[in-house]
Design a protein around this ligand. Structure first.
Ligand SMILES: CCCCCC[C@@H]1NC[C@@H](O)[C@H](O)[C@H]1C(=O)O
Length: 616
């Protein structure tokens, strides 16, 4: 799915700004709101979660529907004879969309784009756009919401008559089976864009071959593939592709909607040394000229990714992941797109001498991937499948939704050189053994195969595994890379780093026999900034530093251990609970991005670890 672009053939109108907003009901919203001005609305900024934008109404407690609304004007002369599309970069978690009172459609899933062709529906002059959004999560949504019991790490004294009476009395509410606040709303950009009636619908660029081992500034022969999908009454023979280097200079040309292009002196995209090309795609108009033709500029990077001999190879060189799990999470914006924060976070990733992160636990906004493409930062791209357990593995509608999410995520992110691996899910619970473990394998194996099938670059596929009984977990070992979240010394063997290192090695001895590359995708300790001790105890900054020093010393002894992504880049907000102090405090940075002691330790460690060949 192409990101909207203004160029000689297309125009993008942003619908960001301050919209009108009302909360509505748990299960529905007034139909009269869909085609007429909202009564007594409050202001709501888009993009941004609604939760933290108003203190008169408790928007953190919303359970069900809210309604956004705005008007917009369009110049008739600009849209005349054009295709007009309304696009949502995301709406969390489910949306019903109305234009001038007519329902355009609905979308389920809160972290990927969707769009409606509104050609002939949008009118010159004023239009009324109404978007109803449902924030409810349950056993059939991704992420998973609990039904009838407590949230993730929620505390309970089940069985006590008064407590059970209180649970029955409690008003209906979201109970996330995941550890991040359920920020919701129009979290990302909303835009209208035009294309000609015959248009370029999609562009896929792949790397067929490279001269391996090229460093920054070096060039060598490479071959790329391209595949242009058209829409409307378009002629594939009318497609031309010009490859432009990082300075916009044409370096190769091709005609036709699909083909391969040889580049005799190609620059490779490398972690820490990005090089971006542009595929300038044009579709000639009906008269053969560009006059009413279409065009699209698709950036891409030339690089290969392969798992081989228990190594993760980028351009044929063994890469070592240094980084974190992150969140889209910030003061006031909630999960809302904040490009300034993206730029700030990328600068901090460089400051930390890190090279990668996982989009835990959902696909992030496209802007962040674009930034990582140009900054040479590596991404593990993850679906919103978090909080799953065996009841879900036989839930067919959920499986079908999960398939769609994988297709949509890969369709959106396929051209990003920064994306090197897909994560199907975070911490599905599947180590109960017997048929429960078997049901998980039956659920995830087709999804693993689907990801490989729909990715034109056929990247590695993984699943991020929770602290579990690895001997009964039948799924993790089948992935291309074994990604483990482990908390020895925190959630178990708490405070005892000697026992934690011993236990970690017992498990690593087991993985030694599996023959797959293994990496941490989570490990960490909650830390309150300002808490100190000569012999750092849990929650102190010294403990977090000591925790990483000790655990890292153990993984350094394993040549097939290919990376350390810690949990978390920064503190982030969760649902309230006895184990959270204004959220999860495992950040090596505070929520306002100030370094804790461990950040300085890791910065020094990572300055001495190269992107390639660390354990070659
Ligand atoms: C029983 C051990 C469970 C460990 C689970 C650890 C969790 N992984 C997923 C993340 O979203 C959580 O924030 C993390 C944690 O709680 O800090």
């Amino acid at each position: 799915m192409l990101y909207p672009q203004t160029n000689d053939a297309r125009l993008v109108f942003s619908l960001d700004g301050v919209w009108d907003f009302r909360t509505a009901g748990e299960t529905d919203y007034p139909s009269e709101w869909t085609g007429a001005a909202l009564p007594e609305p409050i202001p709501m900024a888009v993009p941004g979660s609604y939760n933290d934008q108003n203190d008169i109404t408790d928007l953190y407690g919303v359970y069900g529907w809210v309604v956004y609304q705005r008007t917009f004007d369009l110049p008739g002369r600009v849209i005349a004879g054009q295709r007009v599309v309304l696009r949502f970069d995301a709406a969390t978690h489910a949306a019903d969309v109305y234009l001038n009172g007519e329902k355009l459609g609905s979308h389920k899933g809160g972290f990927l784009p969707f769009e409606f062709d509104v050609t002939g529906k949008v009118k010159p002059g004023e239009n009324l756009l109404t978007v109803a959004i449902d924030n409810r999560i349950n056993q059939s949504t991704l992420p998973i919401g609990n039904e009838g019991n407590v949230a993730f790490f929620g505390s309970d004294n089940a069985g006590i008559p008064s407590v059970e009476a209180g649970k029955r009395y409690a008003k209906p509410q979201n109970r996330p089976n995941f550890d991040f606040f359920n920020f919701a709303g129009l979290n990302r950009h909303v835009e209208l864009y035009t294309t000609p009636l015959a248009y370029i619908a999609d562009v896929a660029v792949t790397t067929k071959s490279v001269t391996e081992g090229l460093g920054e500034g070096e060039t060598g022969p490479a071959t790329i593939g391209y595949d242009v999908t058209l829409g409307g009454d378009a002629d594939p023979a009318a497609v031309k592709v010009e490859i432009q280097d990082a300075f916009g200079n044409p370096v190769a040309q091709a005609t036709g909607a699909k083909g391969e292009i040889d580049l005799p002196a190609a620059h490779l995209w490398n972690p820490g040394a990005a090089y971006l090309y542009t595929a300038h795609v044009t579709l000639a108009g009906a008269d053969g000229s560009a006059a009413d033709g279409d065009q699209y500029d698709q950036t891409f990077g030339i690089r290969t990714v392969e798992v081989k001999d228990r190594k993760f190879l980028i351009n044929g060189k063994p890469f070592y992941f240094k980084g974190f799990g992150k969140h889209e999470d910030s003061y006031f914006h909630g999960r809302g797109t904040d490009q300034l924060l993206n730029v700030k976070d990328v600068s901090l990733i460089h400051w930390l001498n890190a090279n990668s992160f996982r989009t835990s636990h959902y696909p992030y906004a496209e802007n962040m991937y674009d930034l990582c493409d140009r900054e040479g930062i590596v991404i593990i791209d993850e679906t919103p499948a978090v909080g799953m357990s065996w009841p879900q593995y036989t839930n067919k509608p959920l499986f079908e939704h999960h398939q769609q999410v994988i297709r949509d995520m890969i369709a959106r992110d396929k051209n990003h050189p920064s994306v090197v691996m897909w994560s199907l899910a975070n911490e599905p619970w599947y180590d109960q053994g017997g048929e429960k473990s078997e049901s998980a394998l039956k659920y995830f194996t087709p999804l693993y195969e689907l990801a490989h099938e729909v990715d034109p670059q056929n990247r590695p596929v993984t699943i991020v595994c929770c602290q579990n009984d690895y001997t009964k977990d039948l799924v993790t070992r089948t992935m291309d890379v074994v990604c483990i979240n482990r908390y020895y010394g925190w959630y178990n063997l708490s405070g005892d780093l000697d026992a934690a290192c011993y236990a970690l090695n017992v498990e690593l001895d087991w993985w030694e026999k599996i023959g797959k590359p293994v990496m941490f995708t989570e490990y960490g300790a909650d830390t309150m900034e300002g808490v100190h001790g000569t012999h750092g105890k849990m929650w102190s900054e010294e403990y977090q530093r000591d925790y990483y020093a000790r655990i890292n010393a153990e993984i350094d002894k394993r040549p097939w251990f290919i990376g350390e992504q810690l949990w978390n880049f920064a503190d982030f907000v969760t649902i309230q609970g006895t184990m959270r102090v204004e959220g999860n405090r495992k950040g090596i940075l505070t929520r306002d991005r100030q370094p804790k002691l461990a950040a300085h330790f890791l910065r020094d460690r990572w300055s001495a670890i190269p992107n390639f060949g660390y354990k070659a």
